[in-house]
Design a protein around this ligand. Structure first.
Ligand code: NAP
Length: 251
């Protein structure tokens, strides 16, 4: 089974559609149950409501599935404006949401399973400066330290000190920087797992969706290409890497 988060529209819908075309059993999920169920019906796949910010909702999904071959963490938001509340809400969906779903489904992942994080070039480490960039880039960054950086960002935005510490003034950028850090940490944690799970992050490019806007050059199907490629990597493929257009890019 392939589980994709945020399939009601945009890139997630296109990823689900492409995985169905490749013959995978897809479970469509999204927060908006009406739009989500309608899209799932159109794709001919089952639907499970899922709000990645809710432990209960994630727990209900985990309780309803038994074997997972593919997990694509696609659900994401980009809110207008910038303050501590916007930063907190953005991290809650884009970072903590992906972590919640991954951790809940990890015990059900089958041997050879693949986990894909739909990230963004907006999360490249170059948007972080100074010692903070080195801390996040460090191969020995722990999960606890990464989560502490997420909390610190929200606190520092509230206090007006985040820029001095090296953070950009964008909750979206920081959510994707830390999603990338989580990808590296998880791949490292799973490197000795006998199931040989592959964990990678994808940048879909700039895509015409509600989030990307009408001026974006890529269609949702084009944006789905690299996440789908990572979701169907052959055994022994890369893990803990970042890709755009099916090519590895720098963090
Ligand atoms: P979109 O059209 O706005 O779709 C976002 C999807 O995420 C929707 O299905 C939405 O479901 C779902 N979602 C939002 N909050 C959720 C929550 N709390 N729980 C569960 N699902 C939730 O955006 P998109 O452009 O397709 O973006 C998909 C991913 O690609 C995001 O992670 C985004 O950051 C990334 N990305 C996009 C671009 C771009 O140019 N578009 C570029 C780089 C990266 P509802 O219908 O329930 O709201």
């Amino acid at each position: 089974m392939a589980i994709v988060t945020g399939t009601s529209k945009g890139i997630g819908r296109a990823i689900a559609k492409a995985l169905v075309a490749k013959g995978l059993d897809v479970l469509a999920t999204s927060r908006d149950a009406v739009r989500g169920a309608a899209t799932a019906e159109e794709l001919g796949v089952p639907f499970h409501p899922l709000d990645v910010t809710s432990e209960a909702s994630v727990g209900s999904l985990a309780g309803d599935v038994d074997g997972v071959d593919v997990l694509v963490n696609n659900a994401g938001i980009a809110l207008d404006g910038f303050d501590a509340e916007i930063a907190r809400r953005t991290l809650d969906v884009n970072l903590h949401g992906a972590i919640r779903v991954t951790e809940a489904l990890l015990p059900m992942m089958r041997a050879g399973g693949r986990i894909v994080m739909v990230s963004s070039g907006m999360g490249e480490l170059s948007c972080i400066s100074g010692a903070l960039r080195e801390e996040i880039a460090s191969p020995s960054l722990t999960r606890e330290a990464m989560l502490a950086i997420a909390d610190r960002f929200v606190r520092e935005v509230a206090a007006g000190t985040h820029a001095k510490s090296g953070f950009p003034s964008s909750g979206y950028r920081v959510s994707k920087v830390l999603m990338n850090a989580y990808t590296r940490i998880l791949a490292r944690e799973l490197s000795a797992d006998p199931r040989r799970l592959l964990v990678n992050a994808a940048c879909p490019g700039w895509v015409r969706t509600d989030l990307g806007g009408e001026r974006a050059p890529r269609s949702p199907a084009e944006g789905a290409r690299t996440p789908v490629w990572l979701a169907t990597l052959p055994e022994g493929g890369p893990s803990g890497r970042f890709f755009r257009d099916e090519r590895e890019i720098a963090w």
